[in-house]
Design a protein around this ligand. Structure first.
Ligand SMILES: Cc1cc2nc3c(=O)[nH]c(=O)nc-3n(C[C@H](O)[C@H](O)[C@H](O)COP(=O)(O)OP(=O)(O)OC[C@H]3O[C@@H](n4cnc5c(N)ncnc54)[C@H](O)[C@@H]3O)c2cc1C
Length: 445
């Protein structure tokens, strides 16, 4: 254990944190378990010392949720396990496993695939607990839907298995409560999918002047596209295409063969602005590795970040104008805003994750100089304010509940989670949500 004020504490506090706009929050100590037994010991130690517990898996929370004042940080980076059972198709993995950089290649060697996060370095721990918007979530669902069991150290310091038949309250909460989960997950048991036989993409680039026409067409069209296609529209700067930001419509088909990809991607040929496109790539073969490498480039390490998001709902005539400034006024050349299709909306199973809509919008602003902190955060706040009339909630994964709390769980799920807390962690050993002090129940906005 490395206590505050001792050598090595600052490194243990922040070295594994992705967002380098580091907060001042000072935990009491950081512990780095190497076994499940160490996690049990750490939880019991926190109880004895009267500390709360914060957990870190991959360290990629934008709002650095693992850093909490006066808490014991249980940093799971040293728990390393990955095992695949060919008979069931279930992989077990430690929470700090990187979904794209570690789990994906391990499974690919075995002909299997998991709907992990887009950026390869994200830890599966925080990602899965908050729902997990992985590859082709619109067709294949939330990654949390593939969690068949979790092993959990509870507030009592007991190691238990939670699944559909035992400790079902924890199993329910582990699929969506995110940083509000009352326990430390030490192992995930995940159902895998067959590795797609063929991956191909369509990419169309447009001048921002075409934004309204293209996005109105996409709004009307995306719900009709085959459920094997991930659809993302984004604006970003690519000097190979234009000096300033461009609008990119991207469609990634994960299918069996070239013919199926051609059919699945056909609707994108109906884009009414296609004759004005700066670039058209139509049904070109690609690979999951190439797609992940691109994500790594778009999400550079060593940067300060401000990120926000919204679930949008409404007709194109209301949604498109509300989105316009988030896409057409990016504050620097590394910033990007994505529009991620979830249409047609799939019904969710009974799990804590409970708020979504057909359109997910998230804006990401990386920068390096602290002098830009206020300007970039002000830009983000102002474009998110434009979206308020068409916003129905937000996704925990890209949220900072201290800056803009909005509904992340349904009212019913939020009440049920409070019940789980009352039974599992009445003394609030686990830190829970980092939200505005004035908001009692940030999840219901
Ligand atoms: C570059 C980048 C790309 C991203 N891309 C995606 C994406 O494609 N899809 C998506 O859905 N999200 C994405 N995210 C968001 C990401 O999934 C969340 O930030 C997630 O919380 C990161 O998980 P982590 O384990 O790395 O983070 P951490 O910061 O380690 O964990 C976040 C919090 O989750 C809780 N937690 C984590 N592990 C445990 C555990 N084992 N037991 C109990 N509680 C735990 C704790 O409260 C912890 O503080 C991205 C983030 C980044 C930085």
């Amino acid at each position: 254990m490395i206590s505050r004020g001792t050598a090595g504490f600052e490194g243990a506090r922040v070295d594994r944190i992705f967002n380098r706009r580091l907060p001042e929050r000072q935990p009491a100590a950081v512990v780095r378990p190497e076994t499940e037994a160490d996690v049990v010991t750490a939880v019991r130690l926190a109880r004895d010392r009267g500390w709360q517990v914060a957990v870190r898996s991959g360290g990629h929370s934008w709002a650095q949720w693992s850093l909490r004042d006066d808490a014991l940080v249980i940093d799971l980076g040293g728990l390393r396990e990955m095992e695949y059972d060919a008979a069931t198709g279930i992989v077990t993995a430690s929470p700090s496993t990187q979904g794209g950089a570690e789990l994906a290649p391990y499974l690919a060697e075995r002909g299997r695939f998991f709907v992990g996060g887009h950026c390869p370095t994200v830890g599966i721990g925080g990602f899965l607990l908050q729902g997990g918007q992985g590859w082709n979530a619109r067709g294949w669902g939330w990654a949390a839907e593939y969690v068949v069991a979790v092993d959990v150290v509870t507030a009592d310091g007991e190691l238990v298995r939670a699944d559909a038949t035992q400790n079902t309250d924890l199993y329910w909460a582990a699929r969506g409560a995110g940083p509000g989960f009352p326990g430390v997950v030490t192992r995930f048991h995940l159902q895998t999918r067959p590795l797609p036989g063929h991956v191909a993409h369509t990419v169309q680039a447009f001048d921002l002047a075409d934004f309204d026409e293209v996005m109105t067409w996409l709004h009307e069209t995306h719900g009709t596209v085959a459920d094997t296609v991930e659809i993302v529209a984004l604006t970003r700067t690519d000097p190979h295409l234009a000096p300033g930001p461009v609008l990119l419509v991207t469609a990634l088909a994960m299918v069996d063969d070239q013919h199926e990809a051609d059919q699945a991607l056909a609707p994108f040929r109906t884009n009414p602005a296609i004759d004005r496109a700066i670039l058209v790539i139509d049904n070109e073969p690609t690979t999951p590795e190439a797609e992940r490498a691109r994500q790594l480039e778009d999400n550079p390490e060593g940067h300060r970040w401000a990120v926000d998001n919204a679930w949008l709902s409404g007709p194109a005539s209301e949604v498109v104008p509300a989105m316009r400034r988030a896409y057409t006024t990016l504050p620097n050349e590394k910033a990007f805003t994505i529009w991620f299709s979830m249409a047609p909306l799939r019904a969710l199973p009974d799990m804590a994750f409970s708020v979504q809509s057909e359109i997910y919008l998230a804006a990401y602003v990386p920068w390096e100089d602290p002098v830009d902190d206020e300007r970039h955060q002000a830009w983000l706040a102002s474009v998110m304010a434009d979206l308020a009339p068409v916003t129905v909630g937000q996704y925990l994964g890209d949220s900072d509940l201290r800056r803009r709390p909005h509904r992340c769980l349904s009212e019913e799920a939020s009440a049920r989670l409070e019940q789980v807390y009352a039974e599992r962690d009445p003394e609030r050993l686990f830190v829970g949500y980092l939200a505005q002090a004035s908001v009692r129940r940030p999840l219901v906005g």
